[in-house]
Design a protein around this ligand. Structure first.
Ligand code: GLU
Length: 305
């Protein structure tokens, strides 16, 4: 297996040239485009890795499935669906208004920024610092890594340059879709995006989702299977930005990417996958990362269709 992963990395490495690291958050522009790592966690406890699989990067949008999970744990399915839709927007993740009508919650889903910002406001906790700590603790628990923390430099960069997110959050507020103080909600959202992880952490989180809520190592039930099915279904239709349809055909598994260069793959009942390669295509997906997942899926028959 390790040999297969090495082989996939060397076959996919040339695709790094086709992408570019994100620059709209200045701190992300400092990433090394040639970093490339993959980590696979199997349901039988075995795990394999190749390349830079313990290199740290910010989780970015891959926090969105965890945010959705915590919102479901706090509010239930109905409580979440009252505030955010589940249909793919077909638009970029940070699109300002995805409809030509007045903005409604059904116009966005939990995997685009508008949905994720609203989800922050659904978390339980007397302050937004408490809500963020609960989210961070869930990331740590799912990843089985108590060391996970925040990249403060990326957080500051997001705070300073997150103009579109700020515009989006005020628009949500103007349409009555966000009740709380916009800056407090945004601080929680930006901190969530700035959580530092490595490919192994993503593979562990993916494996717990693949395991329908049972911890990948201890088998302890962390959340109801119904919530895992909800999250995995949304990942399948909306997880890879506005490239989710093509990804479903080429790779065929629920997955989430982030502009930090990470991808988390979920192979229900079988496997969690973490990949890091920060050179992105124009939609925000890791070019070599998608290619590697495609190869792994083809050679190991991972596609769920
Ligand atoms: N912090 C990023 C933003 O909201 C996350 C984007 C992403 O990974 O898609 O702009």
């Amino acid at each position: 297996m390790e040999e297969l992963l090495e082989q996939i990395l060397s076959e996919c490495r040339p695709f790094i040239q086709k992408g570019k690291v994100a620059t709209y958050i200045p701190e992300l522009a400092k990433q090394e485009p040639n970093d490339f790592g993959i980590y696979v966690q199997n349901s039988d406890g075995s795990h394999y890795c190749a390349g830079d699989c313990t290199k740290h990067f910010t989780i970015q949008s891959i926090v969105k499935p965890v945010l959705l999970l915590l919102a479901l744990m706090d509010n239930g399915v109905e409580g979440v669906c009252a505030h955010v839709g589940v249909e793919a927007t077909g638009k970029p993740f940070d699109a300002i208004n995805v409809s030509d009508k007045s903005l409604l919650s059904e116009h966005f889903n939990p995997m685009v920024n508008a949905g994720a910002i609203v989800l922050c406001s659904l978390l339980k906790g007397e302050s937004y610092d408490v809500r963020f700590e609960r989210l961070l603790n869930l990331v740590r628990q799912l990843a089985d890594n108590p060391e996970i923390g925040v990249d403060e430099a990326v957080f500051r960069s997001e705070q300073e340059c997150g103009y579109k997110n700020r515009a989006l959050a005020y628009l949500l507020k103007a349409h009555g879709l966000l009740q709380d103080d916009v800056e407090a909600v945004l601080r929680c959202y930006f901190r969530a995006c700035s959580i530092r992880v490595c490919s192994r952490d993503l593979a562990h989180i993916g494996m717990t989702l693949a395991n329908h809520g049972r911890h990948f190592k201890t088998d302890e039930r962390l959340f109801p299977a119904e919530y895992a099915r909800f999250v995995n279904a949304v990942l399948m239709t909306c997880g890879m930005y506005d490239g989710s349809g093509e990804f479903a055909i080429r790779v065929g598994i629920p997955a989430k990417s982030g502009v930090g260069g990470g991808i988390m793959g979920v192979v229900p009942t079988r496997m969690g996958i973490g990949i890091y390669s920060p050179a992105l295509d124009e939609k925000g997906n890791s070019v070599a990362g998608i290619r590697a997942l495609e190869q792994l899926s083809k050679r190991m028959y991972l596609g769920i269709f």
